[in-house]
Design a protein around this ligand. Structure first.
Ligand SMILES: Cc1cc2nc3c(=O)[nH]c(=O)nc-3n(C[C@H](O)[C@H](O)[C@H](O)COP(=O)(O)O)c2cc1C
Length: 247
């Protein structure tokens, strides 16, 4: 549960206006405060803060949009503008990479969670696996945000065989081959993987990938069912193409 919150870094926070109307807004600072509390920073959330003054009840939804699973958290919020709780919460944000200037954080909301329930897309009801769903939605999101090739900056990735690779078996007979193959095919279809294949030593594999950053390449490959078991990332390097005989 905490893992999903820490990974997603986005919660949809619902409060209730004084006249009883719902108010939902996204908070990219949503994170774990401790085992019983979530938190987010008020940087531009006057409506939420005003609502909490008359009604501390909150629901926060955190959903992984690729896996289509998440959690609904219900609880009671406290708003801190100074003091020890504010400082501890600010330190958590910093630990998790927030660079928002302190003066832009008007307050920090800490929510005491009294109910947490998993929420799962009905797409799973027909027996689809997590891999089916995530392949589909990764492709959808990648298509939506396809990086144009015109900048011609790519990443060259070297992966090597991992600990679960059975040495004398061909690729197609390794465990989880078909899941790995459909994952890689989806990356090719969506334009993320441009070229790929083994080097002559058959221990290293090269990929040329189109992505926004090294982190994006790493995060994408981490979703490969073979990640760390059959293929381990050795290096990721940015590559500026100056000569192109393919196109
Ligand atoms: C992806 C995303 C993340 C956001 N994260 C935050 C946040 O962490 N804190 C914040 O105060 N506003 C954040 N905002 C802006 C608020 O959601 C926005 O100002 C909203 O209108 C505030 O509504 P409210 O006043 O009803 O709370 C974010 C907006 C987006 C689209």
């Amino acid at each position: 549960m905490q893992r999903v919150v820490l990974e997603q870094r986005l919660g949809f926070v619902a409060t209730v206006t004084p006249d009883g109307r719902p108010n939902v807004s996204p908070k990219g600072t949503t994170t774990v405060f401790d085992d019983h509390h979530l938190m987010f920073a008020d940087i531009a959330s006057p409506g939420t803060i005003e609502n909490l003054a008359s009604n501390p009840n909150v629901e926060i939804n955190v959903v992984d949009p690729i896996v289509r699973k998440g959690y609904r958290f219900k609880g009671s919020a406290a708003v801190y503008t100074t003091g020890e709780m504010f400082e501890r919460a600010l330190a958590k944000l910093r630990e998790r990479g927030s660079t928002t200037a302190r003066e832009r954080i008007r307050s920090i909301v800490i929510v005491d969670i009294n109910d947490a329930a998993a929420v799962v897309s009905p797409a799973y009801y027909d027996g689809a696996t997590e891999l089916d769903i995530s392949t589909r939605w990764l492709r959808h999101q990648t298509d939506l945000h396809r990086v144009p090739n015109t900048g011609a900056v790519f990443y060259v990735v070297l992966r090597r065989l991992g600990p679960q690779w059975i040495g004398n078996q061909p690729m197609e007979l390794q465990t989880g081959w078909s899941e790995h193959a459909s994952f890689m095919d989806a990356l090719v279809d969506s334009g993320v993987v441009i070229l790929g294949g083994p080097l002559a030593d058959e221990e290293r594999v090269v990929l040329v990938m189109n992505a926004e950053s090294k982190e994006a390449v790493r995060a994408t490959l981490a979703r490969d069912p073979w990640s760390d078991t059959h293929l381990v990332v050795d290096s990721i390097d940015e590559w500026t193409i100056r000569l192109d005989g393919l196109s």
